[in-house]
Design a protein around this ligand. Structure first.
Ligand code: PXP
Length: 250
């Protein structure tokens, strides 16, 4: 069985902490629990407005994960400020995402077609610094082709529209978005890109995405932190791990 890596996004542990402005609960502690429960790596999004993860969190996570020899996947907007932070830390992976201040979460994929001229040099510098660069994009043929031309090693396909369609009972939409994800994964893989997927995934939506043969990593956050309220983080991560493995079992 091919092992699909699970990256646990711990942003929303910081959201809860920041609701009171103190130090509890600590995202680094959540990262350790997630790794012990079956996560392969930790994902964190340092947003420009610092609404959840802080610069100090990234300092702590980067050194803690380096000590444990586990990957940090730093999600960030394509800005000079974020770029300087990434070059300082040289995380295992950097995932470039679109960011708009008024959005509640990362609503769409990066426009690599439109931003090709400024994304490409960023990709090269991050890659030269030793990070694996991933572009968070919709499963759109033109975006995948453009991602390939930037020299990025990885694309992360946005699963939000698929997950929303399932949750809202729009079966036809879900089927067509899933087909687009499958075709996008095939296209990206054929171009030599590593394929990741993420956004909005929960227990109900994980299996069809994990079953896409070209997908080698899933990044999951909000649902796991929410579910942790009811069953604990270790249990939630363990159950997600089990479902991913089952979806990929021969
Ligand atoms: N992948 C990327 C690139 C993201 O921006 C996010 C959200 O920060 C996720 C995965 C995780 O999404 P969710 O929190 O909905 O599981």
């Amino acid at each position: 069985m091919m092992h699909v890596r699970l990256g646990v996004n711990i942003d929303h542990v910081a959201t809860i902490r920041n609701a009171r402005g103190g130090a509890y609960p600590d995202p680094a502690r959540a990262a350790i629990v997630a790794l012990e429960a079956g996560a392969d790596g930790i994902t964190a999004h340092l947003r420009e407005d610092r609404r959840h993860i802080s610069d100090a969190d990234i300092d702590t996570l980067a050194s803690m994960l380096r000590e444990r020899d586990r990957p940090l996947n730093l999600e960030m907007a394509v800005t000079q400020e974020m770029f300087d932070i990434a070059l300082r830390h040289r995380p295992h992976a950097v995932c470039l995402v679109p960011e708009r201040r008024e959005e509640r979460t990362t609503e769409g994929g990066l426009d690599v077609v439109g931003g090709h001229n400024w994304i490409t040099p960023m990709v090269a510098k991050l890659r030269d610094a030793g990070s694996r660069v991933s572009l968070f994009i919709a499963a759109d043929p033109a975006q995948i082709e453009a991602a390939h031309h930037t020299g990025a090693a990885v694309v992360e396909l946005h699963t939000g529209a698929f997950c929303d369609a399932i949750r809202e009972g729009r079966a036809d939409d879900a089927a067509s978005v899933l087909n687009a994800l499958r075709a996008g994964a095939r296209q990206a893989h054929a171009l030599g890109l590593e394929v990741h997927a993420g956004h909005g995934i929960d227990y109900e939506t994980v299996a069809p995405v994990a079953a896409i043969p070209e997908v080698v990593e899933l990044n999951i956050g909000h649902f796991l932190i929410g579910e942790a309220i009811f069953v604990g983080l270790a249990h939630a991560v363990g159950e997600m791990r089990r479902r991913i493995d089952a979806a990929r079992a021969p």
